[in-house]
Design a binder for this molecule. Structure first.
Ligand SMILES: NC(=O)c1ccc[n+]([C@@H]2O[C@H](COP(=O)([O-])OP(=O)(O)OC[C@H]3O[C@@H](n4cnc5c(N)ncnc54)[C@H](OP(=O)(O)O)[C@@H]3O)[C@@H](O)[C@H]2O)c1
Length: 209
């Protein structure tokens, strides 16, 4: 699969490395342009481009930018695309977003409201990237870590699940995109090592206060 990644920080780089190891083609991009990713391309084995290039390149596009940057994403090339949303909300970095503080919406629904024609699946949010690179285990390992996803598009969920699987994790579907709050920052399932059964319990025990 061709995977475009918008954001070439911790998340973009970690997913790019793992995806290339799993046989995918990747294009990484950032806000400053491919000239600032000059050595990264050959180091990771990916292509580099602008955010628009990455959005056009990908059969699937991963959004790996700070929440404050979602309003600058290239809308037109993301129309109709499968999009994975790895974005989290950190008020110290992103400023206070009242609708999120009041739990009236979720980070992924904010992204969906900006990209209404994209098919968005929330995934890769609830694990630090150092652990995404280190914690993967073969399928069937008793201690295998599980990671949550949420979305409204069955194909998008299949793609996210197969990436989790290829990277060494069990996938757990938390429901529609609107249920993504169950693994947002501060919830029991957020960034804690859990098996699939433990994760199921953590997602069910989440309270939206
Ligand atoms: N770090 C983690 O372990 C982790 C885990 C799960 C989820 N997340 C979430 O994933 C997102 C990315 O985190 P990160 O740790 O990778 O952040 P990061 O290291 O700060 O990288 C952010 C990347 O986004 C790019 N970017 C910013 N504005 C952009 C724009 N308008 N267009 C295109 N690219 C833009 C930056 O490029 P420039 O430098 O050129 O501006 C940079 O490459 C955040 O929402 C974070 O909360 C992080």
């Amino acid at each position: 699969m061709k995977i475009g990644i918008i954001g070439a920080g911790f998340v973009g780089r970690a997913i790019a490395k793992l995806a290339i190891r799993s046989g995918h083609q990747v294009m990484l991009s950032n806000s400053r342009g491919p000239q600032t990713l000059f050595s990264l391309g050959p180091m990771i084995g990916c292509e580099t481009g602008t955010a628009t290039d990455a959005a056009r390149f990908g059969d699937m596009v991963i959004i790996a930018v700070p929440l404050t940057a979602i309003g600058q994403l290239p809308k037109e090339p993301l129309q109709g695309k499968q999009v994975i949303d790895a974005v989290n909300y950190y008020p110290d970095r992103d400023g206070i977003v009242e609708v999120l503080e009041a739990r009236q919406t979720t980070t992924s629904e904010l992204l969906a409201s900006y990209l209404p024609a994209a098919k968005i699946t929330k995934a890769f949010n609830a694990i630090p990237m150092t652990q995404l690179e280190s914690d993967g285990l073969p399928s069937g390992s008793p201690e295998r870590r599980a990671l949550p996803l949420a979305g409204d598009d069955a194909q998008g969920k299949d793609i996210a699940s197969s990436l989790y699987e290829a990277f060494g994790f069990d996938a757990l579907d938390a429901g529609p995109l609107a249920e993504g709050w169950r693994f947002e920052r501060g919830m029991p399932a957020y960034c804690v090592r859990m098996t699939k059964d433990q994760l199921k319990t953590a997602l069910n025990s989440a309270e939206r206060r």
